[in-house]
Design a protein around this ligand. Structure first.
Ligand SMILES: [Fe+2]
Ligand SMILES: [Zn+2]
Length: 416
Protein backbone atom coordinates (compact mmCIF):
# COMPACT_ATOMS: atom_id res chain seq x y z
CA UNK A 1 0.00 0.00 0.00
CA UNK A 2 1.37 3.43 -0.77
CA UNK A 3 0.41 7.06 -0.66
CA UNK A 4 -2.66 6.80 1.57
CA UNK A 5 -3.91 9.99 3.08
CA UNK A 6 -2.87 10.75 6.62
CA UNK A 7 -5.07 9.34 9.34
CA UNK A 8 -5.97 12.86 10.42
CA UNK A 9 -7.25 13.60 6.91
CA UNK A 10 -9.26 10.45 6.78
CA UNK A 11 -10.88 10.78 10.18
CA UNK A 12 -11.71 14.41 9.47
CA UNK A 13 -13.81 13.22 6.54
CA UNK A 14 -15.17 10.17 8.31
CA UNK A 15 -16.54 11.02 11.74
CA UNK A 16 -16.86 7.76 13.64
CA UNK A 17 -17.82 6.55 17.04
CA UNK A 18 -14.97 4.08 17.61
CA UNK A 19 -15.48 1.68 20.49
CA UNK A 20 -18.73 3.27 21.64
CA UNK A 21 -22.38 2.67 20.94
CA UNK A 22 -23.82 5.85 22.38
CA UNK A 23 -27.10 4.16 23.28
CA UNK A 24 -26.48 3.71 27.00
CA UNK A 25 -25.15 0.67 28.81
CA UNK A 26 -23.04 -0.28 31.80
CA UNK A 27 -19.86 1.60 32.72
CA UNK A 28 -16.51 -0.01 33.49
CA UNK A 29 -16.03 0.06 37.28
CA UNK A 30 -12.63 -1.62 37.51
CA UNK A 31 -10.21 -3.59 35.35
CA UNK A 32 -7.16 -5.80 35.90
CA UNK A 33 -4.90 -8.17 34.01
CA UNK A 34 -5.43 -11.87 34.66
CA UNK A 35 -3.17 -14.17 32.64
CA UNK A 36 -3.90 -13.67 28.94
CA UNK A 37 -7.02 -11.60 29.54
CA UNK A 38 -8.19 -8.30 30.93
CA UNK A 39 -10.99 -8.82 33.45
CA UNK A 40 -13.55 -6.02 33.50
CA UNK A 41 -16.09 -5.38 36.27
CA UNK A 42 -19.08 -3.37 35.11
CA UNK A 43 -21.18 -1.13 37.32
CA UNK A 44 -24.23 -3.36 36.77
CA UNK A 45 -22.48 -6.13 38.71
CA UNK A 46 -21.45 -8.22 35.70
CA UNK A 47 -17.88 -9.28 34.90
CA UNK A 48 -16.37 -10.20 31.54
CA UNK A 49 -12.88 -11.21 30.43
CA UNK A 50 -11.30 -10.10 27.14
CA UNK A 51 -8.16 -11.62 25.64
CA UNK A 52 -5.26 -9.23 25.08
CA UNK A 53 -5.07 -9.86 21.34
CA UNK A 54 -8.85 -9.55 21.06
CA UNK A 55 -8.62 -6.07 22.63
CA UNK A 56 -5.67 -5.05 20.46
CA UNK A 57 -7.40 -6.31 17.30
CA UNK A 58 -10.69 -4.59 18.23
CA UNK A 59 -9.23 -1.14 18.84
CA UNK A 60 -11.36 1.12 16.62
CA UNK A 61 -9.51 4.36 17.32
CA UNK A 62 -8.65 6.89 14.64
CA UNK A 63 -5.21 5.34 14.06
CA UNK A 64 -6.51 1.76 13.89
CA UNK A 65 -9.61 2.57 11.84
CA UNK A 66 -13.17 1.41 12.44
CA UNK A 67 -15.88 -0.45 10.52
CA UNK A 68 -17.79 2.69 9.57
CA UNK A 69 -15.77 3.20 6.40
CA UNK A 70 -13.61 0.10 5.91
CA UNK A 71 -10.47 2.21 6.26
CA UNK A 72 -8.64 0.05 8.75
CA UNK A 73 -4.98 -0.38 9.53
CA UNK A 74 -5.14 -2.81 12.46
CA UNK A 75 -5.89 -6.34 11.26
CA UNK A 76 -5.09 -9.85 12.40
CA UNK A 77 -1.86 -9.55 10.40
CA UNK A 78 -0.65 -6.54 12.43
CA UNK A 79 -1.53 -7.85 15.89
CA UNK A 80 1.21 -9.44 17.97
CA UNK A 81 -0.55 -12.35 19.68
CA UNK A 82 1.97 -12.37 22.53
CA UNK A 83 1.56 -8.70 23.40
CA UNK A 84 0.54 -7.97 27.00
CA UNK A 85 -0.82 -4.53 28.00
CA UNK A 86 1.61 -2.30 29.84
CA UNK A 87 -1.32 -1.06 31.92
CA UNK A 88 -5.10 -1.16 32.16
CA UNK A 89 -7.45 1.15 34.04
CA UNK A 90 -11.09 2.15 34.41
CA UNK A 91 -11.36 5.84 33.52
CA UNK A 92 -14.70 7.67 33.54
CA UNK A 93 -16.59 4.44 32.83
CA UNK A 94 -14.26 3.43 29.97
CA UNK A 95 -11.59 0.75 29.83
CA UNK A 96 -8.24 2.30 28.92
CA UNK A 97 -5.44 -0.01 27.78
CA UNK A 98 -1.85 1.15 27.29
CA UNK A 99 0.16 -1.06 24.96
CA UNK A 100 3.97 -1.54 25.19
CA UNK A 101 4.51 0.43 21.94
CA UNK A 102 2.80 3.48 23.44
CA UNK A 103 -0.54 3.01 21.66
CA UNK A 104 -3.55 3.74 23.85
CA UNK A 105 -6.93 2.08 23.33
CA UNK A 106 -10.17 3.30 24.91
CA UNK A 107 -13.29 1.11 25.01
CA UNK A 108 -16.66 2.41 26.17
CA UNK A 109 -18.38 0.23 28.76
CA UNK A 110 -21.45 -0.02 26.53
CA UNK A 111 -19.38 -1.26 23.57
CA UNK A 112 -17.50 -3.80 25.72
CA UNK A 113 -20.65 -5.18 27.31
CA UNK A 114 -22.28 -5.39 23.88
CA UNK A 115 -19.38 -7.43 22.45
CA UNK A 116 -18.53 -9.51 25.52
CA UNK A 117 -18.14 -13.20 24.76
CA UNK A 118 -18.74 -14.91 28.08
CA UNK A 119 -21.49 -17.52 28.09
CA UNK A 120 -24.26 -15.18 29.29
CA UNK A 121 -23.46 -12.51 26.71
CA UNK A 122 -23.32 -15.01 23.87
CA UNK A 123 -26.60 -16.58 24.99
CA UNK A 124 -28.17 -13.13 25.01
CA UNK A 125 -27.07 -12.40 21.44
CA UNK A 126 -28.40 -15.79 20.33
CA UNK A 127 -31.70 -15.30 22.12
CA UNK A 128 -33.83 -14.29 19.14
CA UNK A 129 -36.55 -16.82 18.32
CA UNK A 130 -39.14 -16.59 15.56
CA UNK A 131 -42.75 -16.10 16.62
CA UNK A 132 -44.24 -19.17 14.97
CA UNK A 133 -47.80 -18.89 13.68
CA UNK A 134 -50.47 -20.95 12.00
CA UNK A 135 -53.71 -20.33 10.14
CA UNK A 136 -55.32 -18.48 13.04
CA UNK A 137 -52.79 -15.66 12.68
CA UNK A 138 -55.55 -13.91 10.71
CA UNK A 139 -57.36 -13.23 14.02
CA UNK A 140 -54.54 -10.90 15.09
CA UNK A 141 -52.53 -10.26 11.95
CA UNK A 142 -49.19 -8.45 12.43
CA UNK A 143 -50.05 -4.98 11.20
CA UNK A 144 -48.46 -1.55 11.06
CA UNK A 145 -50.11 1.65 9.84
CA UNK A 146 -48.48 3.50 6.95
CA UNK A 147 -48.98 6.95 8.43
CA UNK A 148 -47.13 5.84 11.60
CA UNK A 149 -44.07 4.52 9.74
CA UNK A 150 -43.85 6.59 6.54
CA UNK A 151 -40.54 8.41 6.02
CA UNK A 152 -42.30 11.80 5.89
CA UNK A 153 -44.13 12.13 9.16
CA UNK A 154 -43.85 8.68 10.73
CA UNK A 155 -42.00 7.97 13.97
CA UNK A 156 -38.77 5.94 14.21
CA UNK A 157 -40.17 4.01 17.19
CA UNK A 158 -43.17 2.92 15.12
CA UNK A 159 -40.89 1.94 12.25
CA UNK A 160 -38.77 -0.16 14.61
CA UNK A 161 -41.96 -1.84 15.86
CA UNK A 162 -42.93 -2.65 12.26
CA UNK A 163 -39.42 -3.95 11.53
CA UNK A 164 -39.71 -6.21 14.59
CA UNK A 165 -43.04 -7.61 13.39
CA UNK A 166 -41.43 -8.49 10.07
CA UNK A 167 -38.35 -9.92 11.80
CA UNK A 168 -40.34 -11.99 14.32
CA UNK A 169 -43.36 -13.13 12.25
CA UNK A 170 -41.76 -12.97 8.81
CA UNK A 171 -44.72 -10.92 7.63
CA UNK A 172 -46.33 -7.58 8.34
CA UNK A 173 -49.30 -5.86 6.77
CA UNK A 174 -48.91 -2.15 6.12
CA UNK A 175 -52.43 -0.77 6.38
CA UNK A 176 -53.55 2.44 4.75
CA UNK A 177 -50.89 2.62 2.07
CA UNK A 178 -53.46 3.77 -0.47
CA UNK A 179 -53.99 2.84 -4.09
CA UNK A 180 -51.52 5.20 -5.77
CA UNK A 181 -49.13 2.96 -7.74
CA UNK A 182 -46.24 5.18 -6.56
CA UNK A 183 -46.81 3.91 -3.01
CA UNK A 184 -45.33 0.52 -3.96
CA UNK A 185 -41.90 2.05 -4.22
CA UNK A 186 -42.47 4.16 -1.12
CA UNK A 187 -43.27 1.20 1.09
CA UNK A 188 -40.37 -0.84 -0.36
CA UNK A 189 -38.17 2.11 0.54
CA UNK A 190 -38.83 1.43 4.22
CA UNK A 191 -36.63 -1.64 3.84
CA UNK A 192 -34.10 -0.76 1.14
CA UNK A 193 -33.56 -0.36 -2.59
CA UNK A 194 -35.54 -2.49 -5.02
CA UNK A 195 -33.80 -5.51 -6.49
CA UNK A 196 -34.32 -5.77 -10.25
CA UNK A 197 -34.52 -9.12 -12.08
CA UNK A 198 -34.89 -10.26 -15.69
CA UNK A 199 -38.22 -11.93 -15.02
CA UNK A 200 -39.91 -9.23 -12.94
CA UNK A 201 -38.02 -6.09 -13.81
CA UNK A 202 -38.09 -3.56 -10.97
CA UNK A 203 -41.75 -3.58 -10.12
CA UNK A 204 -44.05 -6.29 -11.40
CA UNK A 205 -47.74 -5.85 -12.05
CA UNK A 206 -49.59 -9.03 -11.11
CA UNK A 207 -52.87 -9.13 -13.01
CA UNK A 208 -54.49 -11.55 -15.38
CA UNK A 209 -53.43 -11.22 -19.03
CA UNK A 210 -54.80 -13.00 -22.11
CA UNK A 211 -51.40 -14.53 -22.93
CA UNK A 212 -49.64 -15.16 -19.64
CA UNK A 213 -45.88 -15.62 -19.52
CA UNK A 214 -45.99 -16.46 -15.83
CA UNK A 215 -48.49 -18.31 -13.67
CA UNK A 216 -48.91 -15.11 -11.68
CA UNK A 217 -50.55 -13.46 -14.69
CA UNK A 218 -53.47 -15.89 -14.85
CA UNK A 219 -56.50 -16.33 -12.63
CA UNK A 220 -55.26 -19.78 -11.59
CA UNK A 221 -54.81 -20.67 -7.94
CA UNK A 222 -51.23 -20.76 -6.71
CA UNK A 223 -50.11 -22.98 -3.86
CA UNK A 224 -48.01 -21.19 -1.23
CA UNK A 225 -44.44 -20.90 -2.46
CA UNK A 226 -41.14 -19.14 -1.99
CA UNK A 227 -40.60 -16.67 -4.83
CA UNK A 228 -37.76 -17.59 -7.19
CA UNK A 229 -36.56 -20.57 -5.15
CA UNK A 230 -34.48 -21.35 -8.26
CA UNK A 231 -32.20 -18.34 -7.63
CA UNK A 232 -28.91 -18.92 -5.75
CA UNK A 233 -30.02 -16.31 -3.31
CA UNK A 234 -33.78 -16.04 -3.61
CA UNK A 235 -35.36 -12.59 -3.31
CA UNK A 236 -35.20 -11.30 0.26
CA UNK A 237 -38.34 -9.42 1.19
CA UNK A 238 -41.41 -9.58 -1.03
CA UNK A 239 -43.21 -6.28 -1.15
CA UNK A 240 -46.83 -6.67 -2.25
CA UNK A 241 -49.11 -3.72 -2.82
CA UNK A 242 -52.78 -4.40 -3.48
CA UNK A 243 -54.39 -1.87 -5.82
CA UNK A 244 -57.55 -3.72 -6.80
CA UNK A 245 -58.96 -6.93 -5.35
CA UNK A 246 -61.97 -9.01 -6.24
CA UNK A 247 -65.03 -9.68 -4.11
CA UNK A 248 -64.92 -13.36 -4.99
CA UNK A 249 -61.83 -15.56 -4.93
CA UNK A 250 -58.39 -14.02 -5.18
CA UNK A 251 -57.79 -14.61 -1.48
CA UNK A 252 -54.19 -14.43 -0.33
CA UNK A 253 -52.68 -17.42 1.45
CA UNK A 254 -49.67 -17.34 3.77
CA UNK A 255 -47.75 -20.11 5.52
CA UNK A 256 -45.06 -19.81 8.16
CA UNK A 257 -42.41 -22.15 6.74
CA UNK A 258 -40.60 -22.14 10.08
CA UNK A 259 -43.76 -23.41 11.85
CA UNK A 260 -44.13 -26.19 9.27
CA UNK A 261 -40.44 -27.13 9.62
CA UNK A 262 -40.65 -27.25 13.43
CA UNK A 263 -43.72 -29.49 13.20
CA UNK A 264 -41.79 -31.85 10.89
CA UNK A 265 -38.79 -31.76 13.23
CA UNK A 266 -41.00 -33.12 16.01
CA UNK A 267 -43.44 -35.32 14.10
CA UNK A 268 -41.28 -36.74 11.28
CA UNK A 269 -37.62 -36.50 12.35
CA UNK A 270 -36.33 -38.73 9.54
CA UNK A 271 -37.93 -36.45 6.95
CA UNK A 272 -36.52 -33.43 8.78
CA UNK A 273 -33.00 -34.88 8.50
CA UNK A 274 -33.40 -35.33 4.76
CA UNK A 275 -34.93 -31.88 4.20
CA UNK A 276 -32.10 -30.19 6.09
CA UNK A 277 -29.20 -32.11 4.51
CA UNK A 278 -30.05 -33.34 1.00
CA UNK A 279 -30.17 -30.60 -1.65
CA UNK A 280 -33.20 -30.38 -3.90
CA UNK A 281 -33.04 -28.46 -7.15
CA UNK A 282 -35.37 -25.75 -8.39
CA UNK A 283 -35.38 -24.60 -11.99
CA UNK A 284 -36.93 -21.83 -14.09
CA UNK A 285 -36.46 -21.63 -17.84
CA UNK A 286 -37.28 -18.61 -19.97
CA UNK A 287 -35.98 -19.82 -23.34
CA UNK A 288 -33.91 -17.18 -25.09
CA UNK A 289 -33.44 -15.24 -21.85
CA UNK A 290 -32.13 -17.41 -19.04
CA UNK A 291 -32.27 -20.70 -17.24
CA UNK A 292 -31.92 -20.48 -13.49
CA UNK A 293 -31.06 -23.39 -11.23
CA UNK A 294 -30.36 -23.78 -7.58
CA UNK A 295 -29.49 -26.79 -5.44
CA UNK A 296 -29.95 -26.40 -1.71
CA UNK A 297 -31.74 -28.12 1.15
CA UNK A 298 -35.41 -27.21 1.45
CA UNK A 299 -34.80 -26.26 5.09
CA UNK A 300 -31.57 -24.50 6.12
CA UNK A 301 -30.25 -24.67 9.68
CA UNK A 302 -27.55 -22.58 11.32
CA UNK A 303 -24.63 -24.10 13.23
CA UNK A 304 -26.79 -24.42 16.35
CA UNK A 305 -29.59 -26.31 14.61
CA UNK A 306 -31.91 -23.29 14.53
CA UNK A 307 -34.01 -22.61 11.46
CA UNK A 308 -32.36 -20.22 9.08
CA UNK A 309 -34.31 -20.35 5.83
CA UNK A 310 -36.91 -22.13 3.74
CA UNK A 311 -36.72 -22.79 0.01
CA UNK A 312 -39.68 -24.47 -1.65
CA UNK A 313 -41.60 -23.73 -4.83
CA UNK A 314 -43.81 -26.69 -5.81
CA UNK A 315 -44.15 -25.72 -9.47
CA UNK A 316 -40.44 -25.08 -9.91
CA UNK A 317 -39.10 -28.27 -8.34
CA UNK A 318 -36.55 -29.75 -10.78
CA UNK A 319 -36.13 -33.44 -11.56
CA UNK A 320 -34.82 -35.09 -8.40
CA UNK A 321 -31.05 -35.55 -8.71
CA UNK A 322 -30.07 -37.58 -5.63
CA UNK A 323 -28.72 -41.07 -4.92
CA UNK A 324 -31.18 -43.57 -6.38
CA UNK A 325 -32.05 -44.99 -2.98
CA UNK A 326 -32.96 -41.50 -1.79
CA UNK A 327 -35.41 -40.65 -4.58
CA UNK A 328 -38.46 -42.12 -2.87
CA UNK A 329 -37.54 -41.02 0.67
CA UNK A 330 -36.94 -37.49 -0.66
CA UNK A 331 -40.33 -37.37 -2.38
CA UNK A 332 -41.87 -38.54 0.90
CA UNK A 333 -39.96 -35.88 2.84
CA UNK A 334 -40.98 -33.09 0.47
CA UNK A 335 -44.58 -34.30 0.78
CA UNK A 336 -44.35 -33.97 4.58
CA UNK A 337 -43.68 -30.27 4.00
CA UNK A 338 -46.13 -29.81 1.13
CA UNK A 339 -49.03 -31.52 2.93
CA UNK A 340 -48.73 -29.33 6.03
CA UNK A 341 -48.21 -26.25 3.89
CA UNK A 342 -51.59 -26.75 2.18
CA UNK A 343 -53.43 -27.76 5.34
CA UNK A 344 -56.09 -25.70 7.10
CA UNK A 345 -53.90 -25.89 10.19
CA UNK A 346 -50.96 -23.97 8.71
CA UNK A 347 -52.36 -22.08 5.72
CA UNK A 348 -53.67 -18.63 6.67
CA UNK A 349 -56.26 -17.21 4.29
CA UNK A 350 -56.87 -13.50 4.06
CA UNK A 351 -58.55 -11.02 1.76
CA UNK A 352 -56.03 -8.24 1.31
CA UNK A 353 -57.80 -4.92 1.08
CA UNK A 354 -57.06 -2.49 -1.74
CA UNK A 355 -54.55 0.03 -0.47
CA UNK A 356 -52.83 -2.42 1.83
CA UNK A 357 -49.19 -3.45 1.55
CA UNK A 358 -47.74 -6.77 2.67
CA UNK A 359 -44.05 -7.25 3.49
CA UNK A 360 -42.99 -10.91 3.53
CA UNK A 361 -39.68 -12.56 4.45
CA UNK A 362 -39.27 -14.70 1.35
CA UNK A 363 -36.71 -16.91 3.13
CA UNK A 364 -39.35 -18.06 5.60
CA UNK A 365 -42.97 -17.30 4.72
CA UNK A 366 -44.65 -18.86 1.67
CA UNK A 367 -47.40 -17.00 -0.15
CA UNK A 368 -50.08 -18.04 -2.62
CA UNK A 369 -53.63 -17.23 -3.66
CA UNK A 370 -56.93 -18.83 -4.45
CA UNK A 371 -58.38 -18.76 -7.98
CA UNK A 372 -60.13 -15.65 -9.26
CA UNK A 373 -62.00 -14.49 -12.32
CA UNK A 374 -59.31 -13.13 -14.68
CA UNK A 375 -61.70 -10.44 -15.90
CA UNK A 376 -62.19 -9.07 -12.37
CA UNK A 377 -59.41 -6.48 -12.62
CA UNK A 378 -57.48 -7.83 -9.59
CA UNK A 379 -54.19 -5.93 -9.55
CA UNK A 380 -51.26 -6.43 -7.19
CA UNK A 381 -47.86 -4.78 -7.56
CA UNK A 382 -44.77 -6.68 -6.46
CA UNK A 383 -41.12 -5.91 -5.94
CA UNK A 384 -38.25 -7.31 -3.91
CA UNK A 385 -35.76 -5.83 -1.46
CA UNK A 386 -32.68 -7.76 -0.23
CA UNK A 387 -32.90 -9.07 3.34
CA UNK A 388 -29.43 -7.66 4.08
CA UNK A 389 -30.77 -4.17 3.52
CA UNK A 390 -33.73 -4.78 5.82
CA UNK A 391 -31.70 -6.38 8.63
CA UNK A 392 -29.03 -3.71 8.18
CA UNK A 393 -31.55 -0.92 8.67
CA UNK A 394 -33.18 -2.75 11.56
CA UNK A 395 -29.85 -3.05 13.41
CA UNK A 396 -28.93 0.55 12.79
CA UNK A 397 -32.30 1.92 13.88
CA UNK A 398 -32.39 -0.33 16.97
CA UNK A 399 -28.88 0.82 17.84
CA UNK A 400 -29.77 4.49 17.43
CA UNK A 401 -32.82 4.03 19.65
CA UNK A 402 -30.71 2.21 22.26
CA UNK A 403 -32.78 -0.97 21.92
CA UNK A 404 -31.25 -4.10 23.48
CA UNK A 405 -32.10 -6.32 20.51
CA UNK A 406 -29.79 -4.49 18.12
CA UNK A 407 -26.95 -6.98 18.55
CA UNK A 408 -29.01 -10.13 18.19
CA UNK A 409 -28.08 -12.79 15.67
CA UNK A 410 -30.77 -12.97 13.00
CA UNK A 411 -31.39 -15.90 10.64
CA UNK A 412 -29.28 -15.38 7.53
CA UNK A 413 -31.75 -17.01 5.22
CA UNK A 414 -31.85 -19.99 2.93
CA UNK A 415 -28.47 -21.45 2.09
CA UNK A 416 -26.95 -20.85 -1.31
FE1 LIG B 1 -45.02 -15.51 -5.77
ZN1 LIG C 1 -6.12 1.98 18.12
Amino acid sequence: MSGHRSTADITAHNPFRGNRLGGGGPAVASAGIDGRTVVVDFDDGSTSAFHHQWLRHCCWCGDCGDPSDGIRFTTVATVDPTEVPAGVAAVDGDLVVDWPDGHRSTYGGDWLAHHAYDDDARRRRASWRPTLWRADVVDAFPTAVWDDVRPDGGAPEALLAAYRLLRDHGIVRIAGLGSDPAATEAVAGLLGPIHETTVYGRIYDVRAEPVAKLGAKTGMPQAPHIDDAFAYSQPGIDVFHCLVNTDEGGLSTYVDGFAVAEAIRHEAPAAFDLLTTVPVAHVRRHPGELEMRNRAPLVSLDGEGRLQGIRYFDRALAPMDVDAELVEPMYDAVREFDRRMRSDEFRAVLRVAPGDGMLIDNHRVLHGRTAFDPSSGRHIRLCHVPRDEFHGRLRDLAGRLGAPDHGWHLPQGSRI
